[in-house]
Structures are given as structure tokens and as C-alpha cells.
Design a protein around this ligand. Structure first.
Ligand SMILES: Cc1cc2nc3c(=O)[nH]c(=O)nc-3n(C[C@H](O)[C@H](O)[C@H](O)COP(=O)(O)O)c2cc1C
Length: 422
């Protein structure tokens, strides 16, 4: 009897355990079926009818990069193709995702070598990049046709392009079939940049590289700098201000005009001869009376010459810190005759303003220090620079990389404007 009761107790306990288990599993599957996202209450703004025109399914993410992917075939032939469906996809490990259609020669290559390089073109490589994106490596040797040099990667089995400013070696860690394209994930093994585009802290000077942007209808160059990342957001926080004032002009010419300021404090970063040439070129783009172009420009990058000028010009002490300067001169042999000769001053002033604006647009800082009409200053500048008699220095423009201390001034004053007469 005792045994029977014990058996019944065990059976009862079993039934209870099964029932509790069923109940608990039912409950958990119910929880699992709950929607992940709870409904968000509509804000008043959400109820406003959209004023935007729907274009349907389009890939309008802007800007898109225009990159050139390097790869070797199984038998070691170097190939390149252009890819815009690409970008950084992870920080650790630092990786690039690039989507490639299976009918590309590059797809076949990357499947064979599990490696590729990403080559960032500058504006001067735009035609090479477009060719690599229109002609297949199945048909031609693109390196040969484009007269580009393939260099075997130091770490991966893929070639990079010697002539492109930035090259990145990647090892394939993953691939995803997405539909029309297969996305290859490439872990970055090494990044190389031409020295001329690096500053002393190895920061890449993107403005000088001027990478190409793929805009669908056209390729575009790199635009003006707008603001500093991790800095401009401070505009919206009380008691905080961005260290770099954001540029709010969509018109880049107006941006340079309104952001120009007289910069007298510079870092020790050297302004290059290429940059000085660009500034002088901008100067020579100015209009002149009767198209006489009565000017001469003395470009200076030698420390000793800058220091010598600072010694003789008390109001140009910033030349001791500047890494370059341009002396804008009038050449009286090219100027108009008689009373009209004085037009050289306006002509050279227009050139000087062009130089100042070009410097601002190139991320440089500059300041105009006056020479003419103070004869004594003209004489000392001419002596230091060994200038001939027919030349009159109008100014010395000090140039350097700004420390960021100077800010533009808002000089707009309605009172100075007289509509349709005084
Ligand atoms: C601007 C531009 C962007 C392109 N982006 C891609 C891309 O992201 N993926 C892709 O598979 N093809 C892309 N293409 C097309 C290939 O580059 C093109 O088919 C190329 O000829 C393939 O070369 P291959 O067969 O030698 O690999 C792009 C072409 C251009 C011009």
C-alpha cells in the first residue's frame, strides 16, 4: 500500500513538472514573438505632408568615392577596376567593403587571391580612373594602356598603382552575396601615401590630393573645408564654441571672400613651391587696365630672405614666422604712359587680393603688408631682393599655415551703400 502511494506521488510530481515546463516554454515563445520595435508615438512634425518628391529606389548617397581596385589574376597579371560601391565598414579591424559584380575580371582575380588594393585617385587621375571603370581586364592590359606602374603589395597578393597618391593593401576576410554584387570585406594591412601629401604629423592633406567624387552625372573634385569634426557640434552646446568657425556658404567663392582674414600667426609647416606657384598664378588671373599686366612677382621660400625682409620692414615682423612670401611689384616698363601709369597700383592690388583669396581657399593664411607709396620701404625691399630700377614693390604678402588664432571680421555696414546715387 505504501509502495502504491509512493508510486502515485512520483507520477503526480512528474505530471506537475511536465505541466510547469510546458507553461514556461509557451510563455518564452510568446515573449520571443513580441515585436522588437515598439510603436513610436507620432510627433506633430511627423504629421506634416511630405514636400519632397519620391524617386523610388535610388542610390542617392552623396558623395560617393571613386576608387580603383587592384588585383592579380591566378597567373599573376595585374588588373585594375573602378568601384564606387565601396567604403570603410569597420574600425577594428579597420576594413573596407567593396561590392563587385561577378562578371568582372577583378571578381575572378579577388576570388583567386583573396587580396586587393584600394587606390585613391586625385583629380589628375580622373581619366585613368574612368578608363579602368569602362574597359575590362578580360580585354586589355589596363596598366599598359594607361601607362601606369603596377607595384606588388608589400603584404598582400595584389598590385597597387605607383602614380596614385594613396594606396591601401587589403586581405579578404569575408564576402557577402548581396544580389547583383558580391561584397568583399578587406581588412586593411597597410596604407601608403606619397610624402608630398603628408604634414609633419603624417596627417593627409586631402585638399592637395583633391580626390575624385563620383556624382552620377559627373565626377567632382574635393570641395572647400566646412568645419572641424568632433568640434562643430559645440555650436549647439551652451558655454562651448567650435575652435574652427563653420563655413556656411554653399558658394565656395563667397566662402573664401567672407572667410579671408589677415593671418599673422603660422605653424612651422612649410608652404611648398607648388603652392606658391598656384598663388602667383591666381594673382596673374586678375584684370588689368588695357590688359597691360604691368606686374612682377617675387616668390620667397628661403628662410634667410624672409628674415632679411623682416629686419628692414618694422611692420612685417610676421615674416619671421611665415614660411613663404610674395612681393607684388609694378613693372614700370610694362605700365601705361603718362597719368595712366598709376593704373599699375589698381592692377597689382587686384592681383594681391586674388592671392589673398586663393591662399584662404587653399587652407593657407596670408597678410598684405604695405610697401608703396612709402619710398623708404620701397628702397629697402628692392635692396634685399636685388630688384631692378624699373620695379616698384607694392606690398609683401606673408604666407604660411595658420595656427587658427585669427578669425574673419564681419565688415558689412548698410550705411556705406547708396542706392542709385548718393
Ligand atoms: C565610376 C564607376 C564606378 C563603378 N563602380 C563599380 C562598382 O562599385 N562595382 C562594380 O562591380 N563595377 C563598378 N564599375 C564598373 C567596373 O569598373 C567596370 O565594369 C570595369 O570595366 C570592370 O573591370 P574588370 O572586368 O577589369 O574587373 C564602375 C565603373 C565606373 C566608371
Amino acid at each position: 500500500m505504501n509502495n502504491k502511494a509512493h508510486l502515485l506521488n512520483v507520477l503526480l510530481a512528474l505530471v506537475i513538472v511536465v505541466l510547469v515546463y510546458q507553461l514556461s516554454t509557451n510563455q518564452s515563445s510568446e515573449t520571443a514573438e513580441q515585436p522588437v520595435f515598439t510603436e513610436v508615438p507620432l510627433m506633430t512634425g511627423d504629421t506634416i505632408a511630405s514636400e519632397k518628391k519620391s524617386l523610388g529606389v535610388k542610390g542617392h548617397i552623396h558623395p560617393k568615392p571613386a576608387l580603383v581596385i587592384g588585383s592579380y589574376s591566378a597567373d599573376g597579371k595585374a588588373n585594375i577596376m573602378t568601384a564606387a560601391w565601396a567604403g570603410i565598414v569597420s574600425s577594428t579591424p579597420m576594413s573596407i567593403g567593396v561590392s563587385i559584380r561577378p562578371n568582372r575580371k577583378s571578381y575572378e582575380n579577388i576570388m583567386a587571391t583573396k587580396s586587393f588594393t584600394v587606390n585613391v585617385p586625385s583629380a589628375q587621375n580622373v581619366a585613368h580612373m574612368d578608363y579602368a571603370g569602362n574597359i575590362s581586364g578580360y580585354d586589355v592590359d589596363k596598366f599598359k594602356v594607361l601607362n601606369l606602374t603596377p607595384v606588388k603589395g608589400d603584404y598582400v597578393n595584389a598590385p597597387y598603382i605607383q602614380e596614385f597618391p594613396i594606396v591601401i593593401e587589403c586581405e579578404v576576410t569575408d564576402m557577402f552575396e548581396l544580389g547583383s554584387h558580391i561584397q568583399f570585406i578587406g581588412k586593411i594591412i597597410d596604407t601608403k601615401v606619397d610624402e608630398q601629401y603628408l604634414d609633419e604629423d603624417d596627417n593627409v592633406d586631402i585638399e592637395r590630393i583633391n580626390p575624385v567624387i563620383y556624382g552620377g552625372e559627373y565626377y567632382y573634385g574635393f570641395g572647400q573645408r566646412l568645419a572641424k569634426p568632433w568640434d562643430v557640434y559645440k555650436l549647439f552646446i551652451d558655454d562651448m564654441a567650435p575652435s574652427y568657425q563653420p563655413i556656411q556658404y554653399t558658394n565656395s567663392t563667397l566662402a573664401s571672400i567672407y572667410n579671408r582674414k589677415s593671418v599673422r600667426h603660422y605653424t612651422n609647416r612649410q608652404v611648398s613651391k607648388d603652392q606658391l606657384t598656384e598663388l602667383v598664378k591666381a594673382g596673374m588671373a586678375a584684370p588689368t587696365a588695357v590688359d597691360k599686366r604691368p606686374w612682377a612677382f617675387i616668390a620667397i621660400s628661403e628662410r634667410s630672405v624672409l628674415d632679411s625682409l623682416a629686419e628692414v620692414l618694422p611692420y612685417a615682423q610676421m615674416l619671421k614666422q611665415a614660411t613663404a612670401a610674395i612681393v607684388v611689384c609694378g613693372d614700370m616698363d610694362k605700365a601705361l604712359e603718362g597719368i595712366a601709369q598709376a593704373y599699375w597700383i589698381q592692377d597689382c592690388s587686384a592681383a594681391s587680393q586674388n592671392i589673398l583669396l586663393a591662399a584662404e581657399s587653399m587652407g593657407l593664411g596670408a597678410v598684405w603688408t604695405g610697401v608703396h607709396p612709402i619710398e623708404e620701404r620701397e628702397q629697402v625691399v628692392k635692396t634685399v631682393l636685388n630688384a631692378p630700377d624699373n620695379v616698384v614693390p607694392l606690398n609683401v604678402i606673408a604666407v604660411g599655415y595658420p595656427t587658427g588664432e585669427e578669425m574673419p571680421k564681419n565688415k558689412w555696414n548698410e550705411d556705406n551703400v547708396h542706392w542709385d546715387g548718393w
